[in-house]
Design a protein around this ligand. Structure first.
Ligand code: ZN
Ligand code: ZN
Length: 171
């Protein structure tokens, strides 16, 4: 991800959308920033600081297209604010959002250290022990530690190379 370049693209997008969706009514001197501290929100606008902030976390998680959706959402707040209308997530906001193809909500699904939902199941051809891995072991074949310890003096031994059985999915 090229954050500096994407920030430049967001400025350009602001300029374009101002023309295409907001009749060029929006101020041209707003600052757009990635904010590393915003987590719960995808973005935020502060009129008094002429500042639109995009959550760096959500940008990294969901990519540039998501940052664009957030930017347009904040621009819609700004549009209503500029017109002197209530600029919260009110009926007007939702109607305009629908007409302009703008996302209404501020939040993305927010992962809370969820454990991976898959495991790769390996089996030792010698003792039949099953071993679970989060990722497929592509580069280095893994061998059964128990068999290597007991039958090969602890050295990696090809005879005990684990065989991939299946990928299982947790509920
Ligand atoms: Zn909002
Ligand atoms: Zn084994």
């Amino acid at each position: 991800m090229d954050e500096a370049n994407d920030l430049a693209r967001l400025y350009e997008h602001y300029r374009q959308m101002n023309q295409e969706k907001f009749d060029s009514l929006l101020p041209r001197d707003y600052t757009i920033q990635f904010n590393p501290l915003l987590r719960r929100l995808t973005g935020r606008i502060t009129y008094s600081w002429k500042l639109i902030e995009i959550s760096e976390f959500h940008y990294r998680q969901y990519g540039y297209a998501d940052a664009v959706a957030t930017l347009e959402h904040e621009m819609l707040h700004l549009y209503l604010h500029t017109l002197g209308k209530p600029s919260g997530h009110n009926v007007l906001f939702k109607k305009a959002a629908e007409q302009l193809g703008i996302r209404v909500f501020h939040a993305n699904p927010y992962p809370k250290n969820r454990a991976p939902r898959h495991r790769y199941v390996y089996e030792c051809p010698s003792c039949g022990r099953m071993v679970f891995r989060k990722r497929p072991q592509e580069r280095h074949a893994i061998a059964c530690g128990v068999c290597c310890r007991m039958l090969a003096d602890g050295a990696w031994d090809e005879r005990f190379t684990l065989k991939l059985l299946e990928k299982v999915k947790f509920a």
